[in-house]
Design a protein around this ligand. Sequence first.
Ligand SMILES: Nc1ncnc2c1ncn2[C@@H]1O[C@H](COP(=O)(O)OP(=O)(O)OP(=O)(O)O)[C@@H](O)[C@H]1O
Length: 443
Amino acid sequence: MTLRSESPVGASLDQRFAEAMGAALGPDFPESIALAVSGGGDSMAMLTLAHNWTHVWGVRLRVVTVDHGLRPEAAAEAQMVAETCAELGWEHQTLRWHWDGQGNLMDAARRARLSLIDAWRGDTRDVLLAHTADDVAESFLMRLARGAGVEGLSAMRPVREVHAGQGTPMRILRPCLDMRRAELRHYLRVLQGQWVDDPSNDDEKYERVRARRLVARLEAEGTLAGADLSGAAARMARASEALRARAAQVWGEIAVAPSPQRLGELICDQSGFQCVERDTQLRLLSSALRYVSGAEYPPREAPLEALLDRLLGGGGGTLHGCEARIERGCIAIFREFAAVQELRVPAVAAALWDGRWRLARDVPEGLILRALGEDGWAQRDRAAPQPVPFHAARSAPALFEGARLVGCDALQPTGELPLFDFCLFGHGGQDFAAFLRYGPASG
Ligand SMILES: Nc1ncnc2c1ncn2[C@@H]1O[C@H](COP(=O)(O)OP(=O)(O)OP(=O)(O)O)[C@@H](O)[C@H]1O
């Protein structure tokens, strides 16, 4: 069954959707793509658009709904999506999540959604989300209110690769990014499609809802067109990309190659860094902090500027779970001890510590993985040369049997087999070019 709309709006949305998919996928269409559909208007419209599009391209749709277990109606909404999929002839799966009460609920729900979908998708690489131009405009206003810079104000990207697990990376596609929410609702109405309005979309306790109302008011007054904000965000994304390219070039010139004992840190030439224009310095510092901490988001602008000023003045400081300081003519950025001090992981095969260090060797049972710390440092072989200074070594991963230090790469002589691999699942590749490729916060 193909759902047809004679409405000019609907027709042009089908065309825009096909163009967005063509641009994202290139010439090689996959056998299947996944769609994250909540049952809300945006994602139900995306489902309909994708359904119509597959009739031309023969791609199989796999639809997933996450029931966060937060609202009693969520099960019925997932059922509505399942029924629509059954009518259209597509596979549908509901995944369930239970909040452990940790962290910010909205943020935890979004992260959980992505990791559940990643675990569910199997060999399907591409996952479609129904973010719209309105979402971009709202995010722009919210970030502006927080004093974000070029990176933070950048629009979400239509294609983003996510290294969330150990399998093939998932690709998030956002084919509705240039569509307005009202257009999508109109499209569904014309086609008599179903959707449910989540009551939290009207709850002003959420910043996004307040931003949405503000955009609507400014649009109604004629002060602003919502598209202007998403256009500005798109221009910021282009500026950010130019800055990234410049930062990558500069990094290639000033980076100091890491010794095997200092993997996971970033070190560059201080005088080379000082000669670079400030925007590039900020971009380099921001990307470096994300690389070293593994943080999903870049640091905020104001503390970033303050840290840069301290570094340029010859001092250092901590930010975003990292410490930056001057070391013999270099700037070193390494993990802040306080950020990893409490992390303890049983040293089983391939155990992951701090989301980035993976145990690379088989070790006897009963050992614990944790930061070297002051007590571990005190157990080093004092006669051996110390390749890593104490301030950086103490946050490095180490193996302990009770209180006894068993091994730590930061204390190993060069040439010895490392105990740990440095991996950046989640947030980029393993080389400096990849860390510079980190996208904007919204990406
Ligand atoms: N519970 C969910 N299950 C599956 N996918 C979801 C879920 N919640 C959100 N998504 C996906 O993530 C996108 C962005 O999420 P967001 O919460 O911003 O949605 P929204 O603006 O309310 O959109 P919608 O109207 O489709 O719910 C959605 O459009 C949808 O593709």
